[in-house]
Structures are given as structure tokens and as C-alpha cells.
Design a binder for this molecule. Sequence first.
Ligand SMILES: [Zn+2]
Ligand SMILES: [Zn+2]
Length: 335
Amino acid sequence: MDDLQYGKRDKRGYWTPNEPAGVAPIWSFPPQVMKIIKWLPQYFFPYDVLWVLSALAWWNWILPDVEVMKTLAWGWILKLFVVNLVAVFVFFGVYEWRLYIKRAQGTRFKYNAKFPSEHPSEAFWFKSQNADSILRIIFHAMPIWTAIEVGILYAYANGYVPWISFADHPWYLLGLALVMPIIHETHFYLIHRLIHTPFLYKHVHSVHHNSVNPSPYSSLSMHPVELLLYLGMALWHLVIPSNPILALYQLHRAGFGAIPGHIGFDKIEMGDKSGLPTHAYIHYLHHRYFEVNYGDGLVPFDKWFGTFHDGSKEGDALMNARYAKRKAQMNGTQG
Ligand SMILES: [Zn+2]
Ligand SMILES: [Zn+2]
């Protein structure tokens, strides 16, 4: 595919899509029906369908009987940890292998023409973005992910929280499943704003931002506190009357689903003529510019609060004007 038909690459090697980043059209008034119809499939495909299927697979094939989960025992917990770990590395690894190791499409559709492996940085353990991210996934992300999962399953198994069954309340659970991406977006936006406050940024979130040029394993390369806050969104299913399968879906959506924003490519080429959109651009811009796009655009929080960047020159101008204004305020000369 010719990526220059879909965007431009500047002299410094940054590729910008012709179509600026946008937010979900469901919030505009009056409703833009055609836009919504065109956009709607991406609310489900491919990612959310995949997380629902993975939650069902875990429930049916990986997790033991509810009776067993009433007790915290190493056997089932370790099995779950190993399966989660392998699944994350297989899933993230497919992207890594194709785009970063085999480099099947070179730098076509890559936002930043540089490959992190060719640019060692002191910011990372062993000066390597990948080594740093992989170790953080093994030793931080997966133990925390599994601990949250075990906590949720243990609470349901013991009847500590209401367990709504699909047989009794199918419409309620379907409705809840449909708003789960919005729960995710809202939770993510709020904790993300929180960890961008100076103290938490310095001690917690800067770990994730070391990947200025993110690649697949950057997805869960986070400080343990950020992992707790982020993956902890699944704990909403202990507060909202729900079902353990939906809790697993929410957890997989956060954990496996961290990847779209960190692929680094706008499209994954599928043959010569078509490419799978990654929807990575909004969050890529967050990694590049830090103080824009705290959310992923499903709920337009960044538009409402003036921090949206669509990747265009106009977006740059808005961001620079905001920074200049803040600098002027800090200098005490209101500008
Ligand atoms: Zn990120
Ligand atoms: Zn951030």
C-alpha cells in the first residue's frame, strides 16, 4: 500500500493521516445519523467482540468451578497467572513480530519513522524500551492483573456481591455490556487526569511516558500504582450489580485492550489494497505531546475540557496557544 495516499510524512519522519483524529459522533447534536451508522461497527469490531469471546473462553476453559474459587489456593491462581501471561505475550507479540521484528510493512503508516530498538535510551532498564516493558509486564502488570481477577472471582464465588444471572436478567446485562466501553473511557480519563498531576506524574505515570514512540509492549509498561488504578476498572463490577463474565470482559478490555493506542502504526496492511485501521492515533498523540488527548475519544472529554489534539496543524496551534497561555499565567502576566 502507498501510505502517502492516506497521509503525509514530514522532513523529520512523522507521518500524519489526511483524516484528522476524531471523537465518536454519538455525542453531536443534532444527531449525525449517517456518521453514526458509519462509525457504529467499530464500537464492536474487531476488539470488543474479541474481549467478549476471550472472557467466555476464560470462564469456560481456564477458570475452575465456582466451588473451587470460594477458596484462595495456589493451584488455580497460578494456572490463571500463567495463562494470562502467555496470552498477553502471544497477543501483543503478534503485533510486535509482524510490525517491529519482521517489519512486514517497513515504516508505511508508522507515525514515527524511527524504531525504538534502534534508539537505546537511558530512560529504560537496560536502555531498551522492549526489555523494560517486557520485565514490567512480567513482574508488575500480570501479578496485579491476576490479583484483581482473583479478587473479583473470589467475591462472586462467596456471594459477597450480587451475581446477576443471564437467565434471570438478560436485558439488564446486555445493556450493561453495551455501556461498558463508556465505563472504561470515563474511568480511564479520570485516572489519567489524576496521574498527570505533578507528584503522581513524576513518581508514577512517567514510567509509561518513557515510551514517547510507543510499541506494542509499551501498552502495559506502567508503574504498579498506575496498573492498580487502570486495571482496577474491572472492580466496578463489584459495585454495579453484574456478572463475573462481564467483569472478565471489562478486565480483558483494559488489559489486552491497552494495545490499540500503542501499535505505532495507523493501519496494519492486509495485502496490497487494504489495511486494518488501528485507531491508535489519538493515544499516539498523547505519547508524543503528553498533555493532550487524555481520553480515547469515545466520550469527548478532551473536547469538552479543551485538551483535544486531532494531529493537524490547527491542533498544534491550539495546543501551543494553550501552553503559551499557561506559561504566561505562571509568570504572573495573564496572557
Ligand atoms: Zn499509553
Ligand atoms: Zn499520560
